[in-house]
Design a protein around this ligand. Sequence first.
Ligand code: ANZ
Length: 933
Amino acid sequence: MDYQFKDIEQKWQQFWADNKTFKAENTTSKPKYYVLDMFPYPSGAGLHVGHPLGYIASDIFARYKRLKGFNVLHPMGYDSFGLPAEQYAIQTGQHPSVTTEANIATYRRQLDQIGFSFDWDREVRTSSPDYYKWTQWIFMQLFNSWYNKDADKAESITKLVEHFESKGSAGINAVSDEEVLSFTADEWKALNEQDKQAELLKYRLTYLRESTVNWCAALGTVLANDEVKDGFSERGGYPVEQKKMMQWSMRITAYAQRLLEGLDTIDWPEPLKEMQRNWIGKSVGASVRFPLDKTTHLSQLTTNYIEVFTTRVDTIFGVSFLVIAPEHELVAELTTPAQKADIDAYITQTKKKSELDRMADTKTVSGAFTGSYVTNPLNGAQIPVWIADYVLAGYGTGAVMAVPSGDQRDYLFARHFNLPIIPIIDIQNIEVEADPTKEGKYINSDFINGLGYKEATAAVVAKLEELGLGKAKVNFRMRDAIFGRQRYWGEPVPVYFKGGLPYLIEEEHLPLLLPEIDKYLPTESGEPPLGRATGWKHEHGEYELSTMPGWAGSSWYWYRYMDAHNNKEFASREAIEYWKDVDLYIGGSEHATGHLLYSRFWNKFLKDIGKVVEEEPFKKLINQGMIQGRSNFVYRLIDDEGKGTNTFVSHGLIKEYKTSPLHVDVNIVENEVLNLNKFKAWRPEFAEAEFILENGKYICGVEIEKMSKRYYNVVNPDDLAQRYGADTLRMYEMFLGPLEQSKPWNTNGIEGVFKFLRKFWKLFHDADFNFNVSNDAPTKAELKSLHKIIQKVEQDIERFSFNTSVSSFMIAVNELTDLKCNKRAILQELVITLAPYAPHISEELWVLLGNPAGSISTAAYPKFNPAYLVEDEFSYPVSFNGKMKTNVSLSLTMEAADIEAAILANADVQKYLDGKTPKKVIVVKGRIVNIVI
Ligand code: ANZ
């Protein structure tokens, strides 16, 4: 029979499902290998050809590892809480679980038809209660923990309370809120329950805090920075404003240093690691206190200095003004009556800008003077205090010492407002007017003259420490992560409120189920949708009404796959000790700083509390490139009046006419030729279309763009799987180019891969398509072809170079076809080599070869034998008086005398000799023969 891919693929997909062929065991003596894909959010649009790219690569790897004797865990699931299902629910009234369910069904059908070797028994869905029970459980562990800097790990809050009870707050070195109290053990014990809880909240790894958030009133929720574009929501384009709200936060900053160090221990793409390093943003510098000048007018000041963070404390003699963020807590107190109008106007103006806009804008200079002054702690210079939006409230101390000769922004600011610019050379030589009342207190810069950056920094820090006005300080750019949304379709936070303070619900009441509500909108009083639930109340107080953000469920899901049905723990100890971590993780680079940072954080936390065994969750990570769309265009003829006609000009002729391009559906174009009838049927306005053709055809233009419905360039894997089969689709997606590279989709080459599989099928069949394999011993040439491909595919897969294997398979099959090879000894091994790429055809041929059904998945990858690649013949170049004239192939085992005899007997050589007797024959074995005549 000819290659009937439809029957074959259906048959094997059914077989794998019925026999659970890819079920991974949690206990076996085989070494483990864990291959993970970033699980999808099941959107309504289904998969396009770009989505399976990474899944195909990881599936090839998983199948290959099984052949190499590993116990492979290769699971799949759905990140199924999220905004789109909820937006749809708001518009249609449909419960998000219904849409989610339907979308998952589509995804599953699409995934199944590509023939992935997933262990579906381990499927997870983040929106299912038996999954989010454990997301809530992890939240509870975070709430019950604090970060002990001395131990450099998270510890239980009970331990902290014990310390407070026996020693008070002394000796606690924690990552906490800034304004923690100092107290003795007795003072602690004297606090009431309420005050104790309020104090502990400042230490918990998940805590409530007032934060500035991106509030989108139209969507009724807070958005993450990457969901906001130019002040509008990415989804829907609604306005977004900055608003202060009480929010759940995660103290990820406690892990900043470990998150940074861990990067050096994992095999991830360097650009991705660099993005995380920048995000964490470690900066080594100093904090310096600038005492408020004696001329400062206000009496009610709560402090007598402004503290700045600087990475260039060595430039302290060049400070000509201080800038504090418009939100800085001292702004109101520092503002003099004369400056109040200016300052107020400026603050109103900055409220409109997001933090991101403020960081991005390096050109506009704006600010206002508070009217107050501070003193330079070293030279006593009087320094004016300004506010400006280039200083961010959330970074460092929210205040900078401005050095116009050292910093570009400070320079522009000084120029704009006519502030002094102390030239860098003079920084070293500032003469200070002696203040008669403070004789001897101030110094000039002599002590750092001529020193390099490092030494000068150390000297200045030492001086400041002496004065008690500064110290070395490490600062991280990373902020604690906001952990709450005013939305319905997410995990409920397992917390209720009593006396304004949060308490965890009892563990045995997990999961705290998402209640039913009548509408998926905020309440009339502006509370989140959960405020609509009736009778949803804890016996001691109201439940938290916000739900967890999108990243909660995906920050630990790889552990659930290890033991997906466990209802006592998120995964058993045995499962975690066996699988440990993910060996290979494949997914998109868009998750570089979100998912991949939060996951590492939760992993480290779970390690600290002894629940997992590895410090890093994903040992090796690969980002697959984006598949771009390949758009096609038709060209509408424009008439003399500049109006569009219903005539279309073929691409090769557009220079001769006035035309305007129009996207056309790529599905009615084949090899750039437009199907005219399909075009007329595509849209009613084209029913009467006329064409100006070239060589009888309408040729379309081509451009590479994002794959999107709007450009009519979306290619659906379903159509291709129907037309060519999953094996062709799998191999073709790999054939497109290196996995990590972004590349345009181009269906044009898929025929070539399809023809290759037919040719492969033919190797096993005679001209009438009867299965026909011989038991004869293979020839050297056949063995050489086979072992070349065995070695190549192994090397390629180990390097994740899947595209190069596909072309090598084509070469091998061509060679074997030319050799008319149908030997079992060759084909049996060849088919195993191909199985990871084209599993269906391989299973079918494997059975035809007489093996038990399905056993190709447990076969062993063929052993490469280098002996077969050793050449045993050599084509000797034969020269006459040093000029190369011809080649003669001889066995490499021949000795010099035999070589000479054979060469001289060769017909070509005799022709060149033309009857002469050579004076000398020089033979270099395995290299060259030179004949002197
Ligand atoms: C004086 C100075 C002189 C500075 C000089 C730079 C160059 P990184 O490396 O990013 O940590 N800075 C401090 N806090 C800030 C805030 N909240 N908003 C905006 N800028 C802030 O940068 C630290 C430097 O950024 C600090 O060092 C400070 O300016 C500024 F020639 O202090 B520098």
